[in-house]
Design a protein around this ligand. Structure first.
Ligand code: NAD
Ligand code: IPM
Ligand code: MN
Length: 358
């Protein structure tokens, strides 16, 4: 197949982890006889520096012409005091909204070779296989807001259609898995959460094969690391999903391995690691590229329908962990930490032992 991928490296470790993921995609293309065309554009701080805009029009246009988007991360101290419209993060919010990428899928799987990297007990993290379905284009991130010297507000709004489509999406995904849905809210306090809970209750009649529970976000934060194996699909609003997914990275031992797919209702999507630009390790060549490489696998699976190729990447990553190779964020006692490049080379060798870069 011939496909166009827009690559948005972004800031901090973004370019380093994206380079690794593109190499992996190239190896897959060669092995499976596809032709992937990569077109690069700026977003975030890099785009502010070059175009005074965190999401330049030419970046949007390039994405519109492509079949999928691969993104690194945005943000960094250099831009932290910018006005809100000229912050790197605004570029990310705008691209999500522009393409209506309302469904953010964040899978968390603890494979045996990762267990030693987690600060949690092995018996707690073994068997974890959960999926956080985070609403991505509504809620606090996109509500009315204002700020003066002495007062600020951010408003939290959800409409029925916005909730219905993400809840339907989560039910559908639960059906393809272990058929258990946990809807996370703060219905004891927030009206948006009460509406959310009502809609989940209404919808469940349409999915009688899926078991449903409601769970308040504060106690869910506790249960997510005391009994993570109890979860299958978790559906929640934008801000709660942001926080719970970083928390869930404790299960795997590092934020550096959690991938994500931000999807709209057709198969178009933006694929990016859950983690950020990690400015304090940027430029050192030590970032863990696994999250971005696994995001590339999600891209192949969801946007291109290439299941075999996606599985080949996942298998390569898990084999590299299994053989005891880790970057510094996951290297436990007695294990030598590999650089981003060294670790990526191992993944490439797993995909195709005969692979040679062009
Ligand atoms: P972060 O995810 O960048 O880093 C949190 C911690 O995890 C740091 O200790 C970092 O070194 C480590 N880490 C993250 N990814 C790693 C990797 N691949 N390999 C090894 N270690 C890794 O979060 P933060 O420090 O709170 O935010 C830094 C900047 O990133 C901020 O400007 C924030 O707005 C931005 N951010 C961007 C995105 C995104 O682009 N999607 C996501 C989150 C944060
Ligand atoms: C993420 C990030 C973003 C978010 C920021 C950078 C806007 O934390 O993708 O998880 O909060 O959605
Ligand atoms: Mn986040």
């Amino acid at each position: 197949m011939e496909k166009k991928i827009t690559v948005l490296p972004g800031d901090g470790i973004g370019p380093e982890v994206v380079t690794a993921a593109v190499e992996v995609l190239q190896a897959v293309a060669k092995k499976y006889e596809h032709s992937f065309h990569f077109a690069y554009a700026t977003i975030g701080g890099a785009a502010i520096d070059q175009h005074n805009d965190p999401l330049p029009t030419e970046t949007i246009e390039l994405c519109e012409e492509s079949d999928a988007i691969l993104l690194g991360a945005v943000g960094g101290p250099k831009w932290d005091n910018n006005p809100s419209d000229l912050r790197p993060e605004k570029g990310l919010l705008r691209i999500r909204k522009h393409f209506d990428l309302f469904s953010n899928l964040r899978p968390v799987q603890a494979i045996p070779s990762m267990l030693k990297s987690s600060p949690l007990k092995e018996e707690i993290v073994q068997d974890v296989d959960l999926l956080i379905v985070r609403e991505l284009t509504g809620g606090l991130y996109f509500g009315d807001r204002n700020r003066t010297d002495d007062e600020a507000f951010d408003s939290l709004t959800y409409t029925r259609p916005e909730i219905e489509r993400i809840v339907d999406n989560a039910f559908t995904l639960a059906r393809l898995r272990r058929k258990k849905l946990t809807s996370v809210d703060k219905a004891n306090v927030l009206d948006t959460s009460r509406l959310w809970r009502e809609i989940v209750e209404e919808k469940k009649a349409q999915y009688p094969d899926v078991s449903v529970e409601h769970s308040l976000v504060d106690s869910t934060a506790m249960k997510l690391i005391t009994a993570p194996a109890d979860y299958d699909v978790i559906v929640t609003e934008n801000m709660f999903g942001d926080i719970l997914s970083d928390e869930a990275s404790v299960i795997t031992g590092s934020l550096g391995v959690l991938p994500s797919a931000s999807m709209r209702s057709d198969n178009f999507g933006l694929y990016e690691p859950v983690h950020g630009s990690a400015p304090e390790i940027a430029g050192k060549g030590i970032a863990n590229p696994a999250a971005t490489i696994l995001s590339a696998a999600m891209l192949l699976q969801y946007s291109f329908g290439m299941s075999e190729e996606a599985k080949a990447i996942e298998k390569a990553v898990s084999n590299v962990f299994e053989k005891g190779y880790f970057t510094g964020d996951m290297a436990h006692k007695g294990v030598q930490a590999l650089s981003t490049n060294e670790w990526t080379e191992r993944v490439l060798a797993e995909i195709d032992p005969a692979y040679e870069k062009d």
